[in-house]
Design a binder for this molecule. Structure first.
Ligand SMILES: CC(C)(COP(=O)(O)OP(=O)(O)OC[C@H]1O[C@@H](n2cnc3c(N)ncnc32)[C@H](O)[C@@H]1OP(=O)(O)O)[C@@H](O)C(=O)NCCC(=O)NCCS
Length: 247
């Protein structure tokens, strides 16, 4: 299924080149290319904490259960970016559980799982463009909530996710192996309700440095949600809504 086509700028050292892309859903047969790109991108990451790797088997099983992967291919038909979207249903890993979502909403949750863009094609907004294709798709499938995790060390991803209307609702360690999860990695949990909502009045605003995790955890506990990230100052704006909805 073709989703979108467009122009790209490819970075080769100090040089740039024009290129083209097509965006479409990938098939199971192409999953090996997805994993190869994921591994390539991971190897180049200065901070490995930002990307939690998915294995071929995990993604294969998930796709059999309905998960989708949007792929972006260049003119030479190489995979240069992908976005993996999962539907966790009532599984424990459903991120709705991390933001106190009512039980009946959990089956309406879609997860934005991993996204990667090949380093030569960064700066073309492919993370945002694939997300903007994912939104109408998951709505069409009948889902109401988008949820994802982002590392506080991943300013590029956090900015793009917030720009697309998801809000910080929790900050906790995730993907740990011990019972208390303490060996996990810090993650923001971000959420967007895809249903039309009426404007809500905010009552208070606080600007907190992105690096100050303790202060952010404290105010999230008090009912604040993260609304905007300023890339240059690395400050996050948190607000409290008058109706103070729990999720
Ligand atoms: C996060 C990511 C997908 C964003 O890629 P993208 O959509 O191409 O990013 P954008 O187009 O929004 O980039 C905006 C600017 O930030 C820069 N940028 C983006 N990601 C960057 C990175 N990882 N390192 C350095 N600069 C980066 C771009 O070059 C661009 O700069 P410019 O404005 O000077 O041109 C990409 O950085 C990536 O694949 N990171 C590794 C995997 C990852 O962290 N995935 C998200 C968690 S699952």
């Amino acid at each position: 299924m073709m989703l979108k086509t467009g122009q790209l700028i490819k970075h080769i050292g100090d040089r740039t080149e024009q290129d083209e892309y097509i965006m479409r859903l990938i098939t199971m047969d192409e999953l090996r290319d997805v994993i190869a790109l994921e591994k390539y991108v991971y190897r180049q990451l200065p901070n490995k904490q930002v990307l939690c790797m998915d294995s071929y088997e995990e993604m294969f099983d998930d796709m059999k259960q309905g998960a989708k992967v949007i792929g972006v291919f260049n003119k030479a038909r190489d995979l240069i970016a992908y976005r993996y979207i999962g539907f966790p249903g009532r599984a424990e890993k459903n991120l709705g559980n991390d933001i106190n979502m009512p039980m009946q909403e959990l089956t309406k949750v879609a997860h934005l799982e991993t996204t990667v863009v090949h380093p030569q094609y960064r700066g073309n907004s492919l993370q945002s463009l694939t997300l903007q294709q994912a939104i109408p798709m998951v709505k069409d499938f009948g889902y109401n909530h988008l949820l994802c995790t982002v590392s506080p060390h991943n300013i590029y991803s956090l900015f793009n996710i917030i720009k697309n209307g998801l809000r910080i609702k929790a900050l906790k360690k995730k993907y740990g192996t011990t019972a208390d999860g303490n060996d996990g990695m810090w993650r923001f949990i971000l959420h967007r309700d895809l249903r039309p909502i009426t404007a809500r009045k905010t009552s208070e605003l606080l600007s907190i440095p992105l690096v100050d995790l303790d202060q952010q955890r404290k105010i999230i506990d008090e009912g604040y949600v993260g609304l905007w990230l300023f890339k240059d100052t690395k400050l996050l704006d948190y607000v409290r809504f008058e109706d103070n909805l729990a999720f």
